[in-house]
Design a protein around this ligand. Sequence first.
Ligand code: ADP
Length: 490
Amino acid sequence: MNILIASSEVVPFAKTGGLADVCGALPIELARLGHRPIVFLPAYRQVERAGVPIEPTGIEFSIPIGSRIHVGSLAKSRLPNSDVEVYLVRQAPFFDRAELYREHGEDYPDNCERFVFFCRAILESIRLLDLPIDVVHCNDWQTGLIPAYLQLEYRHVPRYAKIASLLTLHNLAYQGSFWHWDMLLTGLDWKHFNWREMEFFGRLNLLKTGIVFADALTTVSPRYAQEIQMPEHGCGLEGVLRHRSNDLTGIINGVDTSIWNPAIDPHLPTRYDVSNWQQGKRDCKRALQEELGLPVSDRPLIGLIGRLAEQKGWGLIIDVMRTLVARSDVQWAILGTGEPEFHQALGELSAAHPTKVAARLQFSDPLAHRIEAGSDLFLMPSRYEPCGLNQLYSLAYGSIPVVHETGGLADTIVDLTAATAADRTATGFRFRDYRSDALLETLRRAIDIVIDRPDVRGQLVETGMTRDWSWSRSARDYQTVYERLVARRR
Ligand code: ADP
């Protein structure tokens, strides 16, 4: 199959979150399965400077948006170490900017126009490059207009008539919501600005547009697929998602095992696998303690990595840290950047307890690898989590995850109980109610196991390290969805 993957972020060209990891890794696995994936993303300033060779194609297009005509062009590159074609939509006024979507805490005011241009440029490129596309796989609100254009403008054009559309929802909280006058920029008839199609509480909503017009929907875990059909996690779109529940599937993201693998990880002082993890992790823990200025000790070390956002559970974490640092001598290795209130709280905790708390409030990929390897437990109590990657990296690195039972965390971590200990399926610890006392109780349970029960700890680590979360498994699930869609279109 020829699969066009449209995304606003792709590793290694441009990244703000897990979306980029997915759109960089999935195409490579699809190519291994014998398909032809073709990736499209905007040529942001980061893309032009990513250090990957880029060449012009000579193809230009003029796209009318509102009362103006915008001229753009296509450049071409490849995903590293692969033959996967990547097309970059160049339009300097829209994409040659310092950031992807926002600067100084404010969204770019022309975001709607920028992504109308991106979506229209992709559809025109299919014709200009003479691409025989079977499926257009869209991702998040930035590409939500593509299914609408396919259905409303291109269906009668022979080349486009059989193209199926899939929209993957990576996080319902980001919807591409704009004031109603931006409807004029889409070029679609005002009659579609209604509550069944593109309008949401008086505003234009591009994620809802994609949900309504795509032939099928996926999200990044089966549990999140259920949760977003309920008010608590549906962000207002639960009704429209319930309406499409027969076309909605959850597919867990994979781990790129060429990058996240303790047996070959160049960032670690000692490499290890499931046969020698005890020695390997002991060495990595000691080196991490030295790197972070923590006393070298056998006491449990808890790792945390991620955006410092309320979604990731930092409110609970800080509550629990305040209780535990005073009463126990476990150590904390924290890596993250984000909201100022969490920077401040973590800064205060590490200043007050320098022998117990090391907080690095920055973005550092190498340190993220070393924390995964050097910690005994990995804490990820997200309030909601569409899939989550760090708990999967923790499993691979033998750092036992302690998670809130939500979304992808619930789907990937098996709680330690009498039954899961007996059948050796347990991989971590989960708590159900999103409350500090529930997290505290579960964390204490986990700490006790690490200190007092090396047998149980070993079982958890070894089960986690041998679970298969590779992309090949997820890519086969996407392949099944594509095949179903193509058959339906034909
Ligand atoms: P989300 O996409 O919601 O931010 P995920 O767990 O799906 O969360 O993916 C986050 C990715 O970003 C992971 O690869 C994680 O290791 C990485 N990451 C987040 N914060 C940092 C940081 N401060 N330093 C290094 N890597 C980080």
